[in-house]
Design a protein around this ligand. Structure first.
Ligand code: SF4
Length: 354
């Protein structure tokens, strides 16, 4: 297919596809699916070889959120049956992180529900970061604490955080349909603050919330413009007790097309298979490894993932290898950009795709 040859060429050159090309990937037929996976797989292997980075999620604070994100089981008024607790102690979080690192995780993601942290919360998370770093030398720590206020990204960086996650989730035009308590621009601003403080930005999307193909392409293009180093792709888990409980509209084939489209749009970013992979990709998960170069290990956030051992076996069976701590995940130009922002100090992020 000319389309796929064009997309591979562009992906190898880090060149942005056109919107029509990205839309055409989502519109491919089931007969073309393996060709799409093979093409996006070439781009994945060019930038990341056959390596798979493992990430482990530690839920620092769960439930009881005042925000109303309609996909989220922790939202205001959620009837979903989830654990609700307030801040794990630093030693509890470090102990949980230890289990993930022992299972092969290279990055620990510290997640807290809520609109955003108070300065006291940032101090508390800073202690947790120190506790994890002391125990697990070389592990990357990513904080995911919601919308940041001025100065908080810098304090997290000083405490030793390597990265900050804040997802754009969906297109700017449909954001108001999934959340009314904050907007798309708030999310973009937090990602920019993280980048400006020298944190490696992690920002992605959620598919399956009733959006059109154009929305998926819009959010992928918005991510490309922000240029995060990692792009988690979540597939909606329609939790009972949330407004999206009936949104069962993904198929494994559609999930693969979405991952391929994101790979073509963000070719050199760490594209991560995140929430919903077991529920929505099911037995097609090994094929997704040809598209993503990163997954969450085992349990994550308020849903149950596959046990860690099953993930390791899937990676080996599909012919991929777990990335070790002695390997740098990102291509050289990305790590160089990050190092130069860190050298020059906060507020000096590079323009997108510099
Ligand atoms: S996504 Fe975050 S901010 Fe939104 S309801 Fe869930 S925990 Fe709260």
């Amino acid at each position: 297919m000319d389309l796929l040859n064009t997309l591979v060429d562009k992906g190898l050159r880090r060149e942005l596809p056109t919107r029509d090309e990205a839309l055409a990937v989502l519109a491919t037929s089931d007969d073309e699916l393996l060709d799409v996976v093979a093409a996006a797989g070439k781009v994945r292997r060019h930038w990341f070889g056959r390596r798979v980075k493992l990430n482990y999620l530690v839920n620092l604070k769960s439930g009881l959120c005042p925000e109303d994100c309609s996909y989220c089981s922790q939202r205001l008024g959620s009837k979903a049956e989830i654990l609700k607790y307030t801040w794990l102690k630093p030693e509890e979080a470090a102990s949980s992180a230890r289990a993930g690192v022992a299972g092969g995780a290279k990055r620990v993601c510290l997640v807290a529900s809520g609109r955003g942290p108070t300065d006291r919360d940032v101090a508390r998370v800073s202690e947790t970061i120190s506790a994890i770093k002391q125990e697990n030398e070389g592990v990357e720590v990513c904080a995911c604490l919601g919308l940041l206020s001025d100065g908080q990204a810098g304090r997290l960086r000083e405490a030793g955080a390597d990265a900050y996650n804040h997802n754009l989730n969906t297109s700017e035009s449909t954001y108001k349909d999934i959340c009314t308590t904050h907007d798309f621009a708030d999310r973009v601003e937090t990602v920019r603050q993280a980048q400006g403080a020298g944190l490696s930005a992690c920002s992605g999307l959620i598919a399956g919330m009733g959006e059109a193909d154009a929305d998926l392409v819009d959010v992928a293009f918005a991510l490309r413009e922000l240029d995060p180093d990692s792009v988690p792709v979540n597939f909606l888990i329609p939790f009972e007790g949330t407004p999206l409980a009936d949104e069962w509209n993904l198929t494994p084939q559609r999930c693969l097309r979405i991952l391929a489209m994101v790979r073509f749009v963000c070719p050199d970013a760490e594209v991560r298979l995140a929430g919903g992979r077991e529920v929505q990709l099911r037995s097609m998960q090994p094929l997704a490894l040809h598209l993503v170069n990163s997954i969450f290990l085992g349990d994550y956030l308020t849903s149950e993932g596959q046990a860690g051992q099953a993930d390791l076996e899937m990676i080996a069976d599909a012919g991929f290898e777990v990335e070790g701590t002695d390997t740098t995940t990102l291509p050289g130009h990305r790590t160089d950009d990050l190092v130069s922002v860190r050298r020059r100090g906060p507020g000096t992020e590079l323009p997108p795709n510099a």
